[in-house]
Every structure is written in structure tokens, then in C-alpha cells.
Design a binder for this molecule. Sequence first.
Ligand SMILES: Nc1nc2c(ncn2[C@@H]2O[C@H](COP(=O)(O)OP(=O)(O)O)[C@@H](O)[C@H]2O)c(=O)[nH]1
Ligand SMILES: [Mg+2]
Length: 359
Amino acid sequence: MEIGLVGLPQVGKTTVFNLLTGTAVPTGVTGDTRVHKGTAPVPDRRLDFLAAVYLPKKVTSARVNFKDIPGLDPRRGDRAANVRFLAEVRGADALCYVVRAFAGAETPAYFDAVAPYKELLEVRAELLLADIMLVEKRLEHIRTGSKISKEAGAEIAFLKRCLEALNEEQPVRETAKTAEEKSLFSSYGFLTDKPVVLAINLDEQSLRTGDYPQRDLILNYASGKGMPVVEMAALIEAEIAALPSEERAEFLRDLGIEEPGITRLAAAAQRSLGLITFYTVVGDEVRGWAIRAGTNAKKAAGKVHSDMERGFIRAEVFRCDDLLRLGTPAKVREAGLFRLEGRDYLVQEGDVIQFRFKV
Ligand SMILES: Nc1nc2c(ncn2[C@@H]2O[C@H](COP(=O)(O)OP(=O)(O)O)[C@@H](O)[C@H]2O)c(=O)[nH]1
Ligand SMILES: [Mg+2]
């Protein structure tokens, strides 16, 4: 499961990527057309709390995979590069659109002025166009095929409906009604159908005032589409992250940042992938694990160790939030909130699990 950072060139994608993954890929105009991959810890209050209760030697966060895709540039002459970057977008399970709301003449804006809403529409248009071309190619492929079967007729009709939805910017997923259509639909891999988180990259001033050009336009658009929004100041957060840890809190406080944008972004990204976190306390390690919502206990055990899945006997489960409420594991047990669950139990967000298994 992977989330792709997508946006126009020079909007701060790589800056965000470095912050998330703790890497140092060069930023600015580098001419680098590689895709960079990395993982980010999912910051997590429950994990901090478990660490405070169990005092383990080691605390390990769940992690989310990210990739930094070079900027989509509709003005670029090099179509092949754009096609390659779009293929990377297609390979991602969810997208994080990054748009620029920071001023600064040292980095010329894509449009002449700072225009995050216009940028967002430009990126969407690029992805829509790619989806429309995908449908047209598929139609062409069927039409020029040697024989037209009955199924092909049904697919043509369905593709035409997809095309209509795309042209009207309607949610294309909703055109798939029957089981056959749904299965066709998922095989197409539409770019505009992926879950999206919107990161708006601010400068220090807009961070302080909470205002920036096109703010209402972009926030209204995002809320209309159900897109979670994270406003953050990537460069400032990167500068703060480079400071000695004692000084960080003070700088964040001074800027009025309660929770760093990067923390909110990692959490929103994890949700957009449909992932949840459960925890294990084993030996001297407390650890968070990201799994798909709807995963059963046996499969979840396999995430920790393949032996645990193979030799799965049962899961001993309690909710971290019950521990939070009651204070100690003994009290959770007294309250009858320790449960024994079988292999088919669907693991819930915030479960603390001990797997019993036999090898
Ligand atoms: N002033 C300011 N500059 C930024 C911010 N984020 C990124 N930049 C700068 O903008 C340039 C492009 O950033 P980069 O992360 O490489 O953008 P990308 O092309 O989208 O990957 C670099 O010079 C960054 O230092 C920000 O929040 N404020
Ligand atoms: Mg970059």
C-alpha cells in the first residue's frame, strides 16, 4: 500500500517527502526525474500512551509507504516523461496532492502568482485527461479487435458511460452498477478515482495568519469532494526538524503549531489508504502495526510473524482506549474487558493484541 505525492513542479513535494520519511533528497530545481520511495512513521498518541504504561526498551510506530513522483507539468514538451509519471500515479493506492500557497520569488510559481486552487484544478485536469485517454484507448482496442463479442458490446456501453462521467467531472466509480461493471472498473485503475489527501503548503506568514490566496475557493472545493485537507508549512517544519530536539517544541509553540503538519498528513494518508493500527506488547517492545480495515485476527498475526499466522490459536484483545480510561492493564482485566477472540475476529482500530500460537 503506497501513497503518491502528486503536484506541479516546485510546490514542495520533495520537501514534504523528506520530512515524512526522514530522508534528504535534494529539493529545488534539480532536473531529477527519478521517483523516490520511503516510509513514514504514523505518529500516534495511543502508542505514546502504551509506551508510558509498559515502559518498553523499544517503541516502534506503524509505517506508511510514500513515493515522491516528479512534478506533472502540462507545459512540458516531453510527453514521454509525463506518461511515465502518470504511470507512477496509477501505481499508487492513494494520492496526496501538494499545492503551493507559499510566496517567495526565489522559487517562481507555476502560475504567475500564488494560486493553490488553480494548481489543484490543473493537476486534476491532467489526471482527468489521462483517464479519458485510457477509456478512448480501450474503446479503440475493442473496436479494432478481430471479433466483437457480446461482452465487448457491454463493455463499450459501460466505457461510454465512464467517459460521460469523466467529461462532467462526476465520480466515475458511481457509473459501475453491476458486478461485471465493478470488476471492469477496478481493472481500469482510474487516476481520478483514487482516495486523495490535499496538502496545502504555506509560508510562515500564512501559517501565522491562517490566510492565503484562494483559501476559500480551495477549501470549498475540497470539502465538496470530501477531500481531507492538511495545511502545513513544509519548509519551516523541515528547518525546525533540523534543530536540536530541546529547541523544537519552543519554535513550534512560537509559530502556534500544536501538531506538526507532517504528523497530521501521515495520519490522514494512513486513513486514506483504508489502514488501521493495532498494537502488540512483546518482550520489551511496544509496536504499532498498520493493516487494512477488515483484516481478521489470523491474518493480522501474520503481519507480526508468519509463524503466528500458521500456528494461530487465539488472540487476547483489549482496547487501548479502555486502558487509557482505566489506567492499568489489571483494571482492564477486572472490568472484564480482556477478550479471547478466534481467527475470524475482525481487528479494530486501537486494539492491543497478544497472539497465542503454536509452532
Ligand atoms: N518559502 C518556501 N519555500 C518552500 C516551501 N516548501 C518548499 N519550498 C522551496 O521550494 C522549492 C521547491 O521545493 P521542492 O520540495 O523541491 O518541490 P517539488 O518540485 O514539488 O518537489 C525548494 O527550493 C524549496 O526549498 C515553503 O513552504 N516555503
Ligand atoms: Mg521534487
